[in-house]
Design a protein around this ligand. Structure first.
Ligand code: PMV
Length: 308
């Protein structure tokens, strides 16, 4: 039996603009994770069990564009494993789906690592990342690659599309509260809608993305220098630009407001938007009160995570 696990992730700054070549910052969230176990099966076929999504199926019965089928086919093809072996694959995940926490990329990374261990193919983080990016492209249209990168390396990343990975670390640890609207929202849609706006007026949107770039660069510097006090204001500015991009939602805005009113120094939506999660930056001693305010404002759950 082989087992592998991959964390969730959250984007701190720069989502959407990152699709257009601007930098973004994201960190792994180890409080949630995807786990995969691979065992040899006594019965023929590749049996995939993912109880959270009510999936118990043989690979051959899944549509070929099913995310898990794509991972398995690509893996066997890449390593010339033929005929297909008989396997049981158990997948579980505590990462909510379509909520900006990278559930798809985490399942892919954990599955590839568990398969790689099972078949002794010893893949590097770079190879796992490249593999996961191909899968993201199949399902998300034009992903920047930030999800697979943060999750495959499990480190804070200052990400620019098509550039070598650059990590960062915090000069002083800080606490983030992540709050879920409970509304699943496919990233593909908000990315697609923004693309239409951009196609209609590139000059306007490129300027907006430039403003996000300034924020992401400043945020990286402040985080590295441990100047945490000024991050909240940068989050607020980034949220306003995401609202302008039409990717926020009334529910996200309500949570952002509630966090600010209850003592967070700043807050913003995170990820694709229109639903999913938001983040707030808090002092540790305020975390409980802000979490309570977020729940009263409709959050389905909150996670506190420390960026170190
Ligand atoms: O919804 P998430 O967290 O998977 O984030 C998507 C981030 C976007 O910038 C909106 C899209 C992308 O591919 O980077």
């Amino acid at each position: 039996m082989t087992h592998a696990s991959a964390p969730g992730k959250i984007i701190l700054f720069g989502e959407h603009a990152v699709v257009y070549g601007r930098p973004a910052l994201a960190v792994p969230v180890t409080q949630v994770h995807a786990d995969v176990e691979v065992t040899d099966s006594p019965r023929a076929g590749i049996w995939v069990h993912a109880p959270e999504v009510n999936l118990h199926a043989e690979l051959a019965s899944l549509p070929s564009d099913h995310p898990l089928a794509s991972v398995l086919h690509n893996f066997f093809f890449a390593f010339g494993i033929s005929p297909f072996p008989s396997l049981n694959i158990a997948i579980s995940s505590t990462i909510p789906v379509a909520s900006g926490l990278g559930s798809g990329a985490a399942v892919t990374v954990a599955l590839v690592r568990a398969l790689s261990a099972h078949f002794d193919t010893s893949m590097t983080d770079e190879q796992v990342n490249a593999f996961a990016y191909e899968i993201e492209k199949l399902h998300h249209g034009t992903p920047s690659g930030i999800d697979n990168t943060v999750i495959a390396y499990a480190r804070p990343v200052y990400f620019i599309k098509d550039r070598p990975i650059e990590t960062f670390s915090a000069g002083r640890p800080f606490t983030l509260l992540i709050a879920d609207t409970g509304i699943p929202a496919p990233t593909k849609e908000s990315v697609g809608d923004l693309r239409k706006l951009w196609q209609a007026d590139q000059t306007r949107w490129e300027k907006v993305f430039d403003q996000v770039e300034v924020i992401s660069k400043q945020a990286k510097e402040k985080i590295e220098r441990g100047q945490i006090d000024s991050l909240g204001e940068l989050m607020n500015q980034n949220h306003a630009l995401l609202q302008e991009m039409t990717v926020s939602s009334p529910e996200l805005d309500r949570l952002v407001e509630a966090a600010r009113r209850s003592g967070a120094s700043g807050a913003k939506m995170s990820g694709g938007g229109r639903g999913g999660n938001m983040i707030a930056i808090v002092e540790q001693e305020q975390a409980a009160a802000v979490a309570e305010a977020l729940k009263s404002a409709g959050a389905k759950r909150t996670i506190a995570t420390t960026v170190a």
